[in-house]
Ligand binder design. Structure first.
Ligand SMILES: [Zn+2]
Length: 133
């Protein structure tokens, strides 16, 4: 596709309240990879190893048991090691994504905004039967 310089890009987007949000992240990862980048999905970033965050205020929407604070702390460490951030549509409505984009901009990391059209094809591909190549 584009001859963009390969970058390690942190994928930032809404999770809470978005049905099938995993599919958006997975499709964005495929999209960015096909563009020659190395995407990092927050879905793949491990939180604390021992669930020591469990004393914090729990958000039942996070089934893995980690607190929002715990997830964000570990995500931000990884984000700051990336070359930039790629946003999913609707990031402006996500408290976490706004925080991630603000953090990235604050330290001079570039932001790439993905549109639904950018990865809709990959969403279908992932959702459907695995294509035979
Ligand atoms: Zn934790």
């Amino acid at each position: 596709m584009s001859a963009a310089t390969p970058m390690v890009l942190y994928v930032s987007g809404p999770i809470t309240g978005v049905p099938n949000n995993q599919l958006n992240f997975d499709a964005a990862v495929v999209c960015l990879t096909k563009r020659g980048h190395k995407p990092v999905s927050p879905k793949d970033i491990p939180a604390c190893a021992d669930l020591s965050c469990e004393d914090g205020p729990h958000n039942p929407r996070y089934p893995n048991g980690h607190t929002w604070n715990c997830l964000l702390r570990h995500d931000l460490v990884v984000l700051l090691q990336c070359d930039g951030v790629a946003t999913l549509p609707g990031w402006q409505q996500s408290r976490g994504a706004v925080l991630e984009v603000t953090t990235a901009l604050s330290v001079g990391l570039p932001i790439q905004h993905l549109t639904t059209q950018d990865f809709a094809h990959y969403r279908q591909e992932i959702q459907g039967v695995a294509p035979q190549y």
